[in-house]
Design a binder for this molecule. Sequence first.
Ligand code: ASP
Length: 337
Amino acid sequence: MNERNGANRGRAVQIITTGGTIASRIDPATGGAVPAVNAAELVVLAPSLRDHTEEVRVTEFGMLQSWNIGPDVMMRIAGVAREALRDDAVAGVVVTHGTDTMEETAFALDLLLDGAKPVVVTGAMRNASDPGFDGPRNLAAAARVAVDAEARGRGALVVMNDEIHAARFVTKTHTTALGTFASPETGAVGLIDDRGVWFRWRPDPLPRLSPARAETNVHLVKMAAGADALLLEALLEARVGGVVIEASGAGNVSDVWHEPIEALIAAAIPVVLVSRCPTGRIVPVYGGPGGGRTLHALGVIDGGWLPGPKARIALSFVLGSGMDSEETRRFFAQLTR
Ligand code: ASP
């Protein structure tokens, strides 16, 4: 049976709930929004889920706020999704998730799953106590995409606010707006309107990873004008598993970072270089202390267009796969080509 040619499409959508605002209500005792809507309730709150799906299955993975979901938990979510997708009756999976780190989990699923059947991540910006709760609409739209044959082979997707985004390019751009998710590099992959699901382009397949574990001792350091070397020195001292540096512009850092970066690489700690700019990729242009060309000569790994948080997820899984430094460099080159 060839999964990609639609020989066996399945008819059920498998929803995996993890928490987030889509599962949250205001706790009257504290006034804070906290996950409280269980998986079965969420499905009841979204009757339009049934409009485009023949069968809805639900699994509650957790009631987590997404800032508490790390790469190790993402691997477990991927495991639940993989298991569900093995069932021929399942056309696709929807993962409900907090929006704060949704782009990281979606990217993790993109790296960890084979992408043959659709995997769609969604959530909400307004909680279930808010009259404008956007969870049910997002959930129904995500399910519609997950069972759409056209969604197959496009990698993990994020569906929010009637837009479909590629996990690799999507990012949360606004702290509170409903239309917060955007893909500044490429635009959305498609959308959902009254005529149905409309795909406009097809992301290339990503290289996949099958790590034995996630290396969680991987750190992200952001360059800020005039930053000193304290954080990098502490990471070196702690002999961490890996470091991602979000450099300025095309990939440049403070001159005082030169030595600790050199020492990290000499200690066989991989250092992945990406940019803090929301679009574009790093380019080794500048020589001189801290310049990107100088850093490349030191042996940093080129993280291309990856944003810092996604580069960190990739490095976590690469290290958990046991790749050596050449394999790591090759993987990042393939991932960001
Ligand atoms: N603000 C978040 C959300 O929209 C909460 C979280 O990320 O868990 O779901």
